[in-house]
Design a binder for this molecule. Structure first.
Ligand code: MG
Length: 274
């Protein structure tokens, strides 16, 4: 893997040639450090400022692509009109497009019926948390001991097995999170592609450079598509089993990149990264 810093001069060149950047950003572990509860994690003011600046530029379109619900991510970010994706791609809102997966409401009804049973399993572990979102459920087990984790996950596997076998839902692992998602082939990668395609329609004369930055297993779907025409950037140390072709060390370094990008799009003739 290559450090993302090494592409800055290439990015600088492409912007100066008239390319526009579509910048997909995961939220937890990427824009902010990981938090123990989805109720936490307000976007810091300096990152809000930098995103606002990027939104005002004609050369960059940022989007936040999260596993949180759309409403949760909107409440924590506090930015109007930014492109947002919630529930692992199911809901999209913002200046480019408003979209909800056509099967989402049907799946929501299915989840409602599932909640009492899953809740009764998760509530046996006081440090575990069931995050109930409109179109996905997430079981957070970060604060559990190894023994408790094994026990909780074994109970959840048994409960979910018949539902997974009948393809009524899918499970997707995150960082110490088990997500229960729609059984259809739809994820952060599809939402990212949807947004890039909308941007291409909106700016047909300008080449688009897609960048996606994320830290988790669920971001691999977006890495798969962003690396084709652009950059797939994983937050964390370089590792083998990832579709990302670049890495960036930490959310702090993501923040530095956003500030550098602001400078870059302020004056396209200034070779800031060369
Ligand atoms: Mg993340």
């Amino acid at each position: 893997m290559i450090h993302f810093r090494s592409v800055f001069s290439d990015l600088n060149r492409r912007v100066s040639l008239g390319c526009c950047i579509f910048l997909g950003l995961d939220y937890d572990g990427t824009l902010i450090e990981l938090v123990s509860s989805p109720e936490d994690g307000k976007l810091p003011e300096d990152i809000k400022f930098v995103l606002k600046t990027l939104m005002a530029s004609s050369k960059v379109t940022p989007a936040i692509i999260s596993g949180r619900s759309l409403q949760n991510v909107r409440d924590h970010i506090g930015l109007d009109n930014i492109n947002l994706v919630g529930d692992h791609g199911v809901e999209v809102d913002g200046s480019l497009i408003r979209f909800i997966h056509p099967e989402a409401e049907k799946f929501r009804e299915f989840l409602k019926r599932l909640i009492p049973n899953i809740s009764s399993v998760v509530s046996q572990y006081p440090s575990a948390l069931l995050e109930i979102k409109p179109y996905t459920l997430s079981v957070h087990y970060r604060l559990l001991s190894i023994k408790e984790r094994k026990s909780l996950l074994s109970k959840l596997r048994n409960f979910l097995k018949p539902l997974l076998d009948k393809e009524l839902c899918r499970k997707k692992w995150g960082k110490e999170i088990l997500n229960i998602i729609m059984p259809f082939d739809w994820d952060k990668g599809h939402a990212f592609t949807l947004l890039v395609d909308e941007m291409k329609k909106k700016c047909p004369c300008k080449p688009i450079v897609p960048i996606y930055i994320g830290d988790d297993i669920t971001d691999e779907d977006a890495f798969r598509v962003s690396r084709i025409e652009g950059y797939a950037v994983r937050v964390g140390k370089p590792k083998k089993n990832t579709l990302a072709n670049y890495y960036i060390d930490s959310p702090d370094e993501v923040k530095s990149f956003l500030f550098d990008l602001c400078e870059l799009v302020k004056d396209e003739n200034t070779a800031l990264f060369s």
